[in-house]
Each structure stands twice: as C-alpha cells, then as structure tokens.
Design a protein around this ligand. Structure first.
Ligand code: 2RA
Length: 322
C-alpha cells in the first residue's frame, strides 16, 4: 500500500506519520511531501529515514492508494483533486471540502459506512467537532438531540507549531508573534478563527455545520463559544444538551459509555492526562431532570481531533473495500 502525507513537517502531519507507524502502516513506499522550504528535511520513523520531497502535481500522479493532507485549505483545494483524479483516496484535514455535499465528512465510529464503495476526497472534521460528536452520537440516536450549548477550552497546538511557540515565547517573557487575539500566557481568549457578521467565529460555525452533517440532522440547534486557553495539547469542552425524548441518568450513562473510542469516567479528566492518547474522555455527567444534561469531555486535539481520526478513516476505508 502506497501512502503519501502532505504537510508532513507540521504538527498534525507529524502526528499522522506517528499514528500510521503505530498501526503498522508505514513501509518503504511512504512519501512525505511539503512546501519547498521543507524539502530535504529528514524524518526518522523507527529504523527508517524519509526525506521530505516537494509537493507537486507530478508526484501526486505517481500512484498512491491514500494521500493524507494537512497543509491548509488552499493547498488542499489545489492538490487534493489532483491526487483523487490519479486514483488515490484523499483524506483531507483542512476545511476546504467539509461542507461540500458531494464529499463525506467522516468520524469512522459514527458514519464510517459512507466509505463503502467510495473513492475520492474524504473530509476530516475540525478537532473541536470530532470530540463532541464522538461523545454525543449514541445519545442522539436513542434520545434525539434538540439543542447543544458548548463552551470549548482549546489548546494552543490547535494553531499548530506557531501556537505552541507563541505560548512558549510569552512564558519566557517575550511578546511572541501575537498570533492570538490577545496574549495567551495566563489568559483565555474567546476567539478562534475570524469573526463573522453574526458575531460568531468561523470555528464556532464549523462546530454548528459539521455536527449537523456528521449526525445527519440539520435541525439540531447548536450554540458554541470557542475559547483559546494556555494549554499545550488537549481540547476540553463543557457541553449542555437538551434531548427530544426523556432519559434516565442510567440510560444516559449507558449510551455515553457505549460510544466507540470513548471512555466514560467518574474521574476528573484534564488535558495533561490525555496528551498522546487516542480516546475521548467523558466525565462530569449530571442532570436535574430527564431531558437536559451536562458533560465535560477532553481529547488530544492533534490525535483524536485530527491525525488519529484521519488514519481511522484510512483503516475503515480499507476494511470496507478490501
Ligand atoms: C484550533 N480547531 O484549535 C482549530 C484548528 N485546529 O485552532
């Protein structure tokens, strides 16, 4: 099987390579692609060493089974169709194709069946969306979700290596490059992405639109506030849900606990505990009636929220089409 990773030197691209390797999917045919400035960089993967090559249409036409993209929406818009036209299944971590009605937006545990007999581009959802829908999909199936109110506490790695470097710089006392709307050291910033006319941000709109597409329910009313916090890895979310049909706390916990790749726990779970992990942790389950509840979830945003979900898409596609 021949795989390429586009954006191989970035935070998510690097994680994609690690997860591929952990799952025995790295072989000598792996090709690492990036922009001109990264060409020639060496990446070691266990005993193997790979040299980063320049991303070009020509190289994408050399016959890949899967091409994983994490290099930004403009790169995906230009090159993902080239790779798909050459016969590869493209798994794109950018926002470029997520809301295209012809392109599946996939969290394999929820709607992986869309990958059966499918070839072309598959969109990987936004990290803050993935951990939320992984926590709620069974509740939606059994009780129907009417309304979600979610506040996120998103790690600086969500902004890639530059986000991490910003926090490190400010912790050392320097201004940093000010990539966030305000200083992030010992602060929280209630803006991720750009502000829209509505007063919501692009990140919040992603959570609204992507959740409806993945759960296949355009009626769900979703009210997000996405916040950047001075954490390195691991997004946390406080989620309030109103259901259409009544539940008991036991039946609610039963559904939450049955979600695939989700751990329901009474422990207090924080981002420090989940960095490097591939599971989504749900805790603080509580309710005062039988149609409203609150939960807290935490997941590694670079793995669960991007790289691992992308590799799970690859594995699910292989499973359904081999
Ligand atoms: C962030 N979800 O956390 C966005 C993009 N990864 O910055």
């Amino acid at each position: 099987m021949r795989i390429a990773v586009v954006g191989a030197t970035g935070e998510v691209g690097n994680a994609m390579i690690r997860v591929l390797n952990e799952r025995g999917l790295v072989n000598d045919d792996l090709v690492l692609l990036a922009s001109k400035k990264s060409v020639g960089k060496k990446l070691k993967v266990d005993s193997r060493e790979f040299t980063v090559k320049e991303l070009t249409s020509e190289i994408l036409r050399t016959g890949f089974d899967y091409v994983l993209f994490s290099a930004g929406a403009s790169v995906s818009r230009e090159f993902a169709p080239v790779a798909a036209a050459a016969g590869a299944v493209v798994i794109d971590n950018s926002s470029a194709f997520r809301m295209d009605p012809a392109i599946p937006l996939v969290v394999p545990e929820i709607n992986g069946a869309l990958l059966k007999d499918y070839s072309g581009i598959v969109a990987n959802p936004n990290c803050s969306t993935i951990q939320m829908v992984l926590s709620l999909y069974r509740v939606h199936r059994r009780f129907g979700i009417k309304t979600i109110v979610v506040s996120t506490y998103q790690a600086v790695s969500g902004a890639g290596r530059k986000g991490l470097n910003e926090l490190f710089a400010q912790e050392r006392g320097s201004e940093g490059t000010r990539i966030f709307a305000d200083r992030i050291h010992r602060n929280v910033v209630p803006q991720i992405g750009d502000f829209l006319e509505s007063g919501f941000t692009t990140e919040e709109l992603k959570m609204i639109n992507e959740t409806r597409k993945i759960l296949n329910d355009p009626e769900i009313s979703i009210w997000p506030t996405t916040v950047r916090v001075p954490v390195l890895y691991g997004h946390s979310e406080s989620i309030f849900v109103e259901t259409k049909r009544p539940f008991t706390i036991d039946s609610l916990k039963d559904e939450l606990g049955r979600c695939e790749d989700v751990v329901l726990t009474n422990q207090l779970i924080t981002p420090r505990q989940v960095a490097g992990d591939d599971l989504t942790y749900v805790s603080r389950v509580r309710s005062l009636d039988n149609t409203h509840f609150l939960i807290w979830n935490v997941a590694d945003n670079i793995r669960v929220g991007a790289a691992t979900n992308a590799v799970r898409i690859l594995q699910k596609h292989r499973e359904l089409n081999s």
